[in-house]
Design a protein around this ligand. Structure first.
Ligand code: FES
Length: 168
């Protein structure tokens, strides 16, 4: 599980920049180093803060635009902090045919959040994913890495409540 930085409480941007530099440094000069450096930053901080672009650009002798292009290209890179709990709803065809849209509407209504958003409290991020490998048991969801087959709004809200309580 990625360690998450709460930037204001962690000593501000200097500490954050130092953490990014420490994560990037071991990968400089290696084949595929930029990607592994970015992954290291994300693993350490939980996302790629904006400072990552300038640190990586300087370390790999690239422009910020080139680094930004790489970050944008790979959907696994996250550019904003996620909520304490992350709910992923499968939006692929098989799950849509098994009630995925209705499930999403109801989960959004109950938790007052939209897909792709993080709640203002930072408690929750709701994301779409495209197939979780449970196509015949949809609609499928994932709550903090735990798969859920035949997901219902009740099961998802219960799992979110449990995850939230475990983290407070
Ligand atoms: S389509 Fe949803 S799990 Fe495969």
């Amino acid at each position: 599980m990625a360690r998450r930085f709460d930037t204001p409480g962690m000593g501000g941007s200097t500490d954050l920049r130092g953490s990014i530099e420490e994560s990037v440094r071991p990968h400089v000069g290696r084949t595929g180093g930029l990607i592994t450096a970015l992954r290291a930053v994300q693993a350490r901080i939980g996302y790629l803060p904006p400072e990552t672009e300038s640190v990586a650009a300087a370390a790999f002798n690239l422009t910020r635009a080139e680094v930004k292009g790489v970050i944008s290209f790979y959907s696994d890179f996250v550019r904003a902090p996620k909520g304490k709990a992350v709910i992923r709803l499968c939006a692929a065809e098989a799950c849509q045919a098994q009630g995925g849209r209705q499930l999403e509407r109801e989960v959004c209504r109950r938790l007052a959040i939209e897909p792709g958003a993080t709640s203002a409290s930072g408690d929750l991020t709701l994301e779409h994913v495209y197939c979780l490998g449970l196509c015949s048991s949809g609609p499928a969801a994932m709550i903090d890495g735990d798969l859920m087959a035949r997901a219902t709004p009740e099961k998802i809200v219960d799992a979110f409540d449990s995850a939230g309580r475990a983290k407070t």
